[in-house]
Design a protein around this ligand. Structure first.
Ligand SMILES: [Mn+2]
Length: 424
C-alpha cells in the first residue's frame, strides 16, 4: 500500500502545535540546530529485505500476518517506511532469496518508491534446494576446492545481480568455522578464505566495494574463520583498496569496546559498512537503541569524528544498514523504531562540542570530557529529528501514523494472515 500525501499532512497538522513548542525549545538549546537538521535529512539507512517478515529462533516462529510474499511486496513495504520517515531510502537484497524475475520492472518499481539498491548480500550459510555441494562444513574456507569454487561462483553471481540493479557493493558474511577443538586447521582455513575472496575480489567492477563482515560465534561455536575485526581487517588489507571491514553491532563478544574498533578502522580508512541492531548478549537482533542507547551514541560520536577527520560525507561515506529480524514485534513498527533510534544517536553525536572535547582531553580534564559527552547524550533531541522528518515530507510520529491508518490490518487483508516472507 501507498500513503496519500494528505494522510501525512493531516497527521502532521494534528501534532503541529505540540511539536512547534518542543522544537522552538531545542533549537535554542543545541547550537547549530539548522546544520544538524540538514544532515539528518540527507542521512539514509538501508533496510534489509529479510527484516520485513517475522524472524524466528530455532524454537519457533510466530508470524504477525501480512508479510511480503515476493520481492515486489518487500519494495512496497520499504517504500511505505520511507514515506513515513524519509530516512529509509534504500534496500539491501539477499541472494538467492530476492532474485528479481524482471530486473527492469524491479528497478522501475524501486524508483517509484524512491528507493536505491544498497549492498547485495551473498548466502553460503545454508544449502539451496538445487545446490550440488553442501556448505555443512563451510564455504569459502572449505577443505574441498570444489565447494570453495561453488561459493566463489555464487558470490560472483550475486555481484552480477547487483550490477544489474545498480548496487555498488557486496557484503560477505560467512558462517564458516568449527564447532569442536581439532576440527579445523586455522591457518589453512584462513588461507583458503583469502584465496576464495581474492577470486571474488577480481570479479568486482572498478567502482564496487566488498565488505568483509565478522562474527565471533554462531552458527559455529568453537571458532569462526572471520571471527573479529582483526581477522576481517587482515583480509581486507590483503585484498586491496576495494575491500573493507563491516561492523555489525551484534557481532561482538559481550562488553567489546565497539566505539574504539570503529575509531581505529576509520583511522585506517578500512571501515566500509555498518549493520545496526542491539543486544543484551550477542547477536540478539533487537531493535536499535533498545538496550544500550549510550553505547550507540558513543559509537556515533566516533563515526562522526572519524568521518570528519577523513573528510568523508556522512551519508555516503559508509554503507549504513539495519540488520535485525526478530520474533515478537510488527517488523515494520520495529524498523521505524530502529531508524528513529539511529537518527537520535546521530543527532546527539552531531551536537557534541568537539573543540571543547579536544581541549578537555589535551588538558587531561577527565570530568569535563565526560560531562561534554553525557550532556549531549542527555539532551532530548527528538524534536530535531521530528523536524527533519517534517521538512522531508515525512510524518512527525511515524509509528503513531502507522497505527492510526491501521497499516498492518490492511496488509493482512491484502496479503493474508498466513504469509511468510520469502527467505524466512
Ligand atoms: Mn550483519
Amino acid at each position: 500500500m501507498k500513503l496519500e500525501k494528505y494522510q501525512i499532512e493531516e497527521h502532521n497538522s494534528s501534532l503541529a502545535p505540540q511539536h512547534q513548542k518542543r522544537f522552538d525549545f531545542i533549537s535554542q538549546e543545541v547550537s547549530g540546530a539548522e546544520e544538524i537538521i540538514e544532515k539528518l535529512i540527507k542521512f539514509q539507512i538501508a533496510i534489509p529485505s529479510w527484516a520485513l517478515g517475522t524472524g524466528g529462533t530455532r524454537f519457533g516462529r510466530f508470524s504477525g500476518g501480512g508479510e511480503p510474499r515476493a520481492l515486489e511486496e518487500k519494495l512496497e513495504d520499504i517504500g511505505l517506511l520511507h514515506q513515513l520517515n524519509q530516512s529509509s531510502g534504500a534496500i539491501s537484497l539477499h541472494i538467492p532469496w530476492d532474485i528479481p524475475e524482471n530486473v527492469g520492472a524491479t528497478k522501475a518499481l524501486a524508483a517509484q518508491y524512491g528507493l536505491r539498491f544498497d549492498a547485495v548480500n551473498s548466502n553460503t550459510f545454508q544449502d539451496q534446494a538445487d545446490q550440488k555441494l553442501s556448505y555443512k562444513f563451510g564455504s569459502l574456507h572449505h577443505v574441498d576446492k570444489a565447494v570453495r569454487q561453488q561459493a566463489i561462483d555464487h558470490n560472483i553471481e550475486v555481484i552480477k545481480h547487483g550490477v544489474a540493479l545498480g548496487s555498488d557493493s557486496l557484503t560477505v558474511w560467512l558462517a564458516d568455522g568449527s564447532s569442536f577443538p581439532g576440527q579445523l586447521n586455522f591457518r589453512k582455513a584462513f588461507n583458503n578464505t583469502l584465496d576464495s575472496l581474492q577470486e571474488i575480489y577480481a570479479a568486482l567492477p572498478d567502482n564496487w566495494k566488498v565488505f568483509v563482515e565478522y562474527k565471533p560465534f554462531e552458527p559455529n561455536f568453537y571458532s569462526t574463520t572471520i571471527g573479529d575485526w582483526g581477522q576481517s581487517l587482515l583480509l581486507a588489507n590483503k585484498l586491496g583498496s576495494k575491500a573493507y571491514t563491516l561492523v555489525d553491532l551484534g557481532h561482538h563478544l559481550p562488553n567489546a569496546n565497539i566505539e574504539q574498533i570503529v575509531a581505529l578502522l576509520l583511522n585506517e580508512g578500512k571501515l566500509g559498512g555498518f549493520h545496526f541492531n542491539d543486544s543484551k548478549y550477542s547477536d540478539d537482533d533487537l531493535t536499535v537503541g533498545s538496550v544500550k542507547p549510550y553505547q550507540l551514541f558513543l559509537i556515533f560520536n566516533e563515526l562522526v569524528d572519524g568521518l570528519d577527520a577523513k573528510g568523508l560525507d556522512h551519508a555516503t561515506g559508509l554503507g549504513w544498514m539495519i540488520d535485525a529480524s526478530h520474533n515478537v514485534k510488527d517488523p515494520l513498527e520495529d524498523l521505524l523504531q530502529s531508524v528513529d533510534a539511529i537518527m537520535l544517536a546521530y543527532a546527539q553525536a552531531l551536537s557534541v562540542d568537539r573543540k571543547a572535547l579536544e581541549e578537555a582531553r589535551d588538558a587531561n580534564d577527565v570530568v569535563k570530557a565526560q560531562e561534554i559527552l553525557q550532556n549531549a547524550f542527555r539532551t532530548d533531541v527528538r524534536a530535531l529529528v521530528a523536524e527533519a522528518r517534517l521538512r522531508g515530507g515525512a510524518a512527525l510520529n511515524p509509528v503513531q501514523l502507522f497505527r492510526d491508518l491501521k497499516v498492518r490490518e490492511q496488509l493482512i487483508s491484502e496479503r493474508g494472515l498466513k504469509t511468510v516472507a520469502t527467505g524466512l
